[in-house]
Design a protein around this ligand. Sequence first.
Ligand code: R5P
Length: 295
Amino acid sequence: MTVYSLEASNGIAAQLARQLGDELVFLEKKTFPDGEVYVRVPSKPRGVAILVSSMYPSQEKRFLELLFSVEALSAYAEGSIIAVVPYLAFARQDKRFLEGEPISVKAVLKSLEALGLSGLVTVDLHQPRVLGEYLSVPSINVLPAEEIAGYFKGKVSNPLVLAPDMGALERAKRVAEHLGAEFDYLVKERDRVTGEVKIYPKSLDVAGKDVIIVDDIISTGGTMALAAKNVLGSGAKSVKAVCTHAVMVQGALDKLYYAGIEEVVATDTVPSPVSKVSVAPSVARGLRELLEQMV
Ligand code: R5P
């Protein structure tokens, strides 16, 4: 196998190549004078090609780099092309919330497959069901729950793991199980036109607890800050915030600390000052599983 690294691999391609004992090849990349993206695969893959790139801002550019690389690799056409996309952008637009909207994640997945993708590994996708809905090639979504829980082991004395909404409960549950802690969720509503988020108080026994709020993405920080205020207002001893994808826009980190959050922790699917947990071990496990399915 050959592991190919695009710029937005954020070190994950190298960790995978080392764990799998495969060669690592860096894709060439430049920008044309008019701003258009150019990529080149400098050498043929030895067997299966593993293409690693996350899709953090600028998401459109990262997506095109990935798409063009899949097309370039498909010209070699001897083995499978597997994309490892630790942060798959556009995943939150997974349905037509308002009339006339696109299902953006469908467009992303279908175009990758149309250009020759044979398999996909993603990390903590907003709605993993989209993989089955919009891809016909094999795919795996890995949840780095064990790695996240591992970070907190021994650092919290009376932990309660919370999801900021019911949709995020499975993630919180998995982290809680690895920590040997209890888990629950808050009640969240988002206005689909204005984007405004409201989190409603729920009768939770958080008094004296070290609460860890777990979400898939922190983008503007609005959801997490509201959740933290809610929990601190109900008597929690401390609040830590953890997410897989630290997109962090519009002063998100300041918003979080100002809301009273003691520590913010994320994985390395998106580079950020709080990306302290590596998803490479989970991704390597997922990739091995996918390869077994594909033989
Ligand atoms: C939404 O359902 C997601 O799971 C996150 O809660 C959300 O995208 C976070 O965005 P923000 O940080 O802008 O509130």
